[in-house]
Design a protein around this ligand. Sequence first.
Ligand code: T1G
Length: 699
Amino acid sequence: MTHQPVRYSREGDIALICIDNPPVNAIGQSVRAGLIDCADAFAADTAARIAVLYCAGRTFVAGADIKEFGKPATAPFLPDVVARLEALEKPVLCVMHGTALGGGLELALGAHYRIGLPGLKTGLPETSLGLLPGAGGTQRLPRLTGLEAALEIMISARHISADQALEMGIIDELVPAAQDPRTAGLVKARELMAMGAGPRRLCDMPPPQVNKEQIDTLRAHTAARYRGQNAQMAAIDAAVSGAAMPFAEGMKHERALFLHLRESPQRAALVHAFQAERKVAQLPELDGVTPRAFSLLGVVGGGRMGSGIAVSALLAGLDVTLLERDASSAAQAQQTVAQMLAESVKRGKLTDEARTRILGQQFRTAESYAALADRDMVIEAVFEDMDIKREVFTQLDRHCKAGAILATNTSYLDIPQIAAMTTRPTDVLGLHFFSPAHIMRLLEIVVPKATAPDVVATGFAFGKKLGKVSVRAGVCDGFIGNRILQVYRAVSDHMVLAGASPYEVDRAVTEFGFPMGPYAVQDLAGLDIGFMTRQRKAATRDPREFVARWADEMHMRGWHGRKSGQGYYTYDTDSPKGRPCPEVEAIIAAERREYGVTPRNFSSDEIIARYMAAMVNESAHVVGEGIAARPLDVDVTLLHGYGFPRWRGGPMHWADTQGLNQLLAQIEAFAQEDAHFWRPAPLLVQLAQEKRLFSSLNS
Ligand code: T1G
């Protein structure tokens, strides 16, 4: 018998409409059709006086089926399904549990009564997918909560809690104790019948009041906050216009806006990002491999990174022993961890009691490697120096139990070389966190050839436990993210040498959608970091590679960026965010003269064309060499670790939208200026010739 995603049944005079479409009861065509059939069955069932709509499984409907986007829309359409429910002459009660989101909340709003189970989260996150609520959410929710509250939910795309939903009137009642949705529905339905409750339709409620001044402010704020994005402004348009027209007209207006966004490149990019960050942990090498234990974690090094890693693990419920070299460093680490946990309490991620419990029971510092003997996994986060790593891994090898996993957080040192310092190279891998480690979600799992499959699987299980987005990386200088970063920073320097100012490059890059440009980022990270990287690479650098000397000159002057008040930008009370610095431009001009360069102008378009061509080309090298498993792995890395604008999907998704032939032609033209830097990636050449897209490699 084929699975029925929506089932109709009756208990006495109560009809039960149950959606059962794992894993999250997404509303695809079969669910929509099933709901229409059940609505018709309920209407015709003279013995049924009220209907309970609920879901089986872990959550009420989590939204329309994202997998259907990009394909032709198929009837019955969700707005019509919701309208069918709402129009029923007998009352419909909806029981919401889990994450009732998007089309799930809109379906619930089509019911006449709504109750929530403890732990319910709800909301209209469509704008995070480049859409707006397209099944009446922009019309019904404002009638329930008021316009501003509804718009805040749509624009922020945040999940609101059960208590907030009750307070806003989205649910009529929060069921006190954890019950299964069916039982809770039957109890409430009997109550409603006893009250003689009839249909209560949101479409019949008066439209929300519009405070023009507040809406204008909201429009301005949203346009600035979501610069370049379409969905948020469209949601405002749909809801505000709907408030000034009959319900049916408002629904038509919402539908037109929704269908337009559904076909937009931004929707395609955002859905790609959503699917990619889930697919990135799905790797054939992990199939059927059982991870090792990792609940007892050791961290070596209690600086910002080590403490951040410890806090990330503590927040995930792991037990952590943090090793420092002496009592004062251990005390400092203890203080850093306690402070980071206090910040988590302030951000509402943790209760004060939980923080006390963590510090009392789950966390401890130590000064002897013997304290790590019971650890399932140890992550080293000490200074980026091979001699120090050698000392640490020699000690770990000596003290850690057999089967313990030894991980390094190094950003660029040679992990196979570190592994060779131990007698257990199969148990060694890289876990490259991004600072601050307890906030940034990206985790590069760097896998030397010798690493055992269950060690890799443990890295991914550990990353999932910590709520990270884990990406598998092969071994090379900079792994995936930093390797690509170095190239688009280099192309920026090439353009600055040729005549662009650092400030023009930063402006073009922020207009493209990055939060900051490459020079502002270097100021933030510290120009001394860049100086040390250049020094490190000097010995092995290809002599054909251009390296700007102005950055060294700035370093010599003690200009270390934001932390010293002077970098590419000048930072002071007048310009806390930094202002261009004529002295920097003079230093750059002097270097141009040394190279005999006559500076020329660069338009923002040319800056972006070169910036993105360099980024895509290096990304294609990274995928072609197997450092990244698929193009989507590069997209996820750049989205989650380097500020790539999510509504553009990542460099490889973006490249597909531009056309690989066009990009290859640009790179080949640039290669006339510098064949070494602009060597076309073989994978890009191959795909362009075969008229394929990077996405064809994401399966
Ligand atoms: N459609 C299809 N599949 C979905 C899905 C959806 N809406 N949501 C999740 N999945 C899949 C997901 O791909 C994964 O699959 C599995 O479910 C578990 O998800 C008309 C147009 C609900 C909070 O934006 O936020 O309604 O990888 O790993 O961490 O106005 O999924 O196992 O094969 O994320 O527990 C609006 C999107 C849609 C919610 C659960 N709804 N989903 O998180 O599990 S647009 C959303 C989420 C819409 C209407 C509009 C999360 C979650 P696989 P997961 P999780």
